[in-house]
Design a protein around this ligand. Structure first.
Ligand code: SF4
Ligand code: SF4
Length: 174
């Protein structure tokens, strides 16, 4: 039968002086650590906010969620053509010749009836090219950043749908 030899761990005896030294370093390092903590708690300006009770305003020139004020859209397709990821879908038909003449707010004649204006936000990379080329400036970036979604399908925005108008009223400052 194999014999197991147990050896007692050899620990150096602590002198009184070393014991006090250890206590001193423990207290000192705790004080230094807590000093750094309290410096951030009381002596530095607060950089966090309690979202969603408090909401940060993005700068006015932020490139966030797109909005098309469809009543001022002339269906020229320039935004769709300029989009590098082809995420803007537009359908329009020619207005009847006997239909009343209508214009955008900047006076541009509207010769086409917009039937579909959809942006797939899941594909959009917020480059801003579409807003830059829009001749009537009806397509703009907003400062809305609260539009997280559970499905890709729900990130396709139909800018002729009533819920977009409700969103515009809530978000877009005109
Ligand atoms: S911001 Fe860029 S990627 Fe997004 S829809 Fe406009 S052109 Fe396309
Ligand atoms: S560029 Fe502007 S006016 Fe032309 S289709 Fe796009 S949103 Fe409408």
């Amino acid at each position: 039968m194999e014999t197991i030899h147990l050896k007692k761990a050899i620990q150096p005896e602590l002198t009184i002086a070393q014991w006090f030294k250890n206590v001193y370093y423990a207290v000192k390092s705790t004080a230094v650590g807590m000093g750094i903590t309290f410096k951030y708690v009381w002596a530095r300006p607060v950089v966090t906010i309690e979202y969603p009770e408090v909401r940060e305003e993005l700068p006015a020139n932020s490139r966030s969620r797109l909005y098309n004020d469809a009543e001022n859209c002339i269906s020229c397709l320039q935004c769709a053509v300029s989009c590098p990821v082809d995420c803007i879908y537009i359908a329009a038909v020619k207005r009847p010749t006997d239909a009343p003449k209508i214009k955008t707010k900047d006076g541009t004649p509207i010769r086409l009836d917009l039937k579909q204006y959809t942006i797939d936000t899941a594909l959009c990379m917020y480059c801003g090219l579409c807003t830059t080329v829009c001749p009537t400036e009806c397509l703009t970036h907003t400062t809305d950043y609260e539009y997280a979604s559970y499905t890709l399908a729900s990130m396709k925005y139909d800018y002729l749908a009533p819920d977009i108008r409700a969103w515009r009223t809530r978000i877009v400052k005109s």
